[in-house]
Design a binder for this molecule. Structure first.
Ligand SMILES: *Cc1c(COP(=O)(O)O)cnc(C)c1O
Length: 421
C-alpha cells in the first residue's frame, strides 16, 4: 500500500488528519462523500509562488475554475491574489466572494455577448480575446457603452506541453488562442479599433505540466513577439503566462516555483511588463481530499476484485475523463494484507471509476477511504447525474474547521423544475 506524501494530510496515531483535524470524525459527523480542504496548504502554495517571483513586477490571478468555492476564492483574494474567471457564472461567484471586478481577468474561448458586456460594464481588469472576430465584437460592445475596452490577446505559441492531450492547449492544432503566425498582424489590425486598448499578451499552454522546458520555450517565443509589438508602437503592459503548473498525483517530479523562476526571470527582466500568472491546480489540487465510504466488495469469476464506494465520477470526474491517477488510502491505517482492486462508484457507467487495478490494503464494507489530490477540478466538475446530490465541503484551519458548502438536498435536484403535463 502506497500512501500519499503530504505535510497537510498526515497520520496521527494511524488516523488521517487534515492539519490537526481528524478526518474519521469529520466523515462520521458530516457523512460522505465529503470534500475537505487545508487552508494552510492554499496559503503556503500561494506564498511559495508569489515569493519565487518577488524580484519582478508580477501578480497572481487564481484560476477559479479549478475550485470555485467562495471561501477558497476569498482565501486567495485576502492574500492579494486576483481571480481569473471563465464565464458569467464564475464572475458571479467571484463577486459573491467579495472580489472587485478590477481584480478579475475574463477568459474563455467562446465568450457570449452577454459575458463581454458584463465584463465591460463591471470593469474587469482585462478581457482576454481569443480570435479577431471576438475583438471586433468587444469593440462594438465597448462602442455602444461608450468606453474603452482593455484587451489582451491570447496567442497560441505552438509548443508541446507534454501533458495529457485533453489538457494540452498550446499546440497549433488546439482550439485556444490565435495562431502565433498571425499574432503580430492581428495586434496591428486590432490597434486601429476605436474602442480597444491592447494591453497585453496572454498564453496558456496546458495543464499539469511537470517540466519547465515548455514554459521556457513558449515564454521565449512570446517575449520576442511582445517586444516586436511594443516596437511597433503598441504600448503593451502585461505579459500573462497562464496557468498549467503541474503537481504530484502519483510519481511525477514536478518542478518548484523557484525552479520556474530561475529559468523565466532572466527572460522577464528584458521585458517592460507586469508578469501575470493564472494557476489553478497548483494552488489547490493537493490541498483537498474526497472522503468516501466502502459500500461493498466483490470478486468476479476472473478473479478481479471490485471495491464499490459511495463516491463516483459525479464527485471526481478526472479518472473517467483523463484516466487520471489519484491515490486512494484508508483513513484509518489498517494492519492488513494488500490486494489489487478496481475502486468504482455507484454511477451507471462502465467509465465510472476512481482507480483501476490498484494495490490497496484489503478493505471492506464500512471502511472509510480518502481519495487524495482532490482539491482541483473535483467539486468544480461535479454533476447531478444519476440524481446524485453534490457533497459538502469543509475548510480546515489548524484545529478548526468550517462547512463552506453544505450537502445538497433533494430540493436542489428539482428546484427549477415543475410538472406541467
Ligand atoms: C484552466 C486554465 C487555467 C488554470 O490551469 P491550471 O492547470 O489549473 O493551472 C489558467 N488559465 C486559463 C486560460 C485556463 O483555461
Amino acid at each position: 500500500m502506497n500512501y500519499f506524501k503530504s505535510d497537510y494530510f498526515t497520520y496521527i496515531n494511524n488516523q488521517l488528519h487534515c492539519e490537526n483535524v481528524n478526518l474519521t470524525k469529520l466523515a462520521e459527523d458530516f457523512g460522505t462523500p465529503l470534500f475537505v480542504y487545508s487552508k494552510k496548504f492554499l496559503v503556503d502554495r500561494y506564498k511559495e509562488l508569489d515569493e519565487a517571483f518577488s524580484s519582478i513586477n508580477h501578480k497572481i490571478y487564481f484560476a477559479s475554475k479549478a475550485n470555485f468555492n467562495l471561501s477558497v476564492i476569498k482565501t486567495f483574494y485576502e492574500l492579494g491574489s486576483g481571480v481569473d474567471v471563465n464565464s458569467a457564472g464564475e464572475f458571479y461567484r467571484a463577486i459573491k466572494a467579495g472580489v472587485n471586478p478590477k481584480d478579475m481577468l475574463l477568459t474563455g474561448v467562446g465568450k457570449t455577448d452577454e459575458e463581454i458586456r458584463l465584463g465591460l460594464e463591471k470593469g474587469v481588469f482585462v478581457i482576454k480575446a481569443e480570435s479577431i472576430e471576438e475583438v471586433y465584437v468587444i469593440n462594438d460592445i465597448a462602442q455602444e457603452l461608450n468606453i474603452t475596452a482593455h484587451v489582451a490577446i491570447r496567442v497560441n505559441p505552438d509548443v508541446d506541453a507534454k501533458t495529457h492531450p485533453y489538457v494540452s492547449t498550446g499546440l497549433a492544432e488546439n482550439k485556444f488562442g490565435i495562431d502565433s503566425i498571425y499574432a503580430y498582424d492581428m495586434f496591428l489590425e486590432c490597434s486601429k479599433l476605436s474602442n480597444i486598448e491592447l494591453v497585453g499578451i496572454d498564453m496558456h499552454i496546458g495543464s499539469q505540466i511537470t517540466t519547465v522546458q515548455p514554459f521556457v520555450e513558449a515564454v521565449i517565443k512570446m517575449a520576442e513577439l511582445y517586444k516586436k509589438i511594443q516596437y511597433a508602437g503598441i504600448p503593451l503592459k502585461h505579459f500573462d503566462i497562464g496557468g498549467g503548473i503541474g503537481v504530484l498525483y502519483n510519481d511525477e517530479t514536478p518542478f518548484t516555483p523557484k525552479e520556474l523562476a530561475d529559468k523565466l526571470i532572466p527572460i522577464f527582466m528584458q521585458l517592460d511588463a507586469e508578469i501575470m500568472f493564472e494557476p489553478g491546480r497548483f494552488l489547490t489540487a493537493n490541498g483537498g481530499v474526497l472522503l468516501t465510504d466502502v459500500l461493498y466488495t466483490k470478486t468476479n469469476s476472473l478473479g478481479k476484485n471490485f471495491v464499490v464506494v459511495n463516491s463516483a465520477m459525479t464527485e471526481l470526474l478526472r479518472p473517467s475523463l483523463y484516466q487520471s491517477y489519484h491515490h486512494v488510502q484508508p483513513i484509518e491505517k489498517i494492519d492488513n494484507i494488500d490486494f489489487q482492486a478496481d475502486i468504482v462508484g455507484p454511477v451507471c457507467e462502465t467509465g465510472d471509476y476512481i482507480a483501476k487495478e490498484r494495490e490497496i490494503t484489503m478493505v471492506g464494507r464500512g471502511d472509510k477511504l480518502a481519495i487524495m489530490s482532490a482539491g482541483a477540478y473535483g467539486m468544480a466538475m461535479s454533476s447531478n447525474y444519476n440524481g446524485r446530490r453534490r457533497p459538502a465541503e469543509i475548510l480546515v484551519d489548524g484545529s478548526e474547521f468550517k462547512v463552506i458548502r453544505s450537502r445538497e438536498t433533494f430540493g436542489h435536484l428539482i428546484f427549477d423544475e415543475d410538472t406541467h403535463i
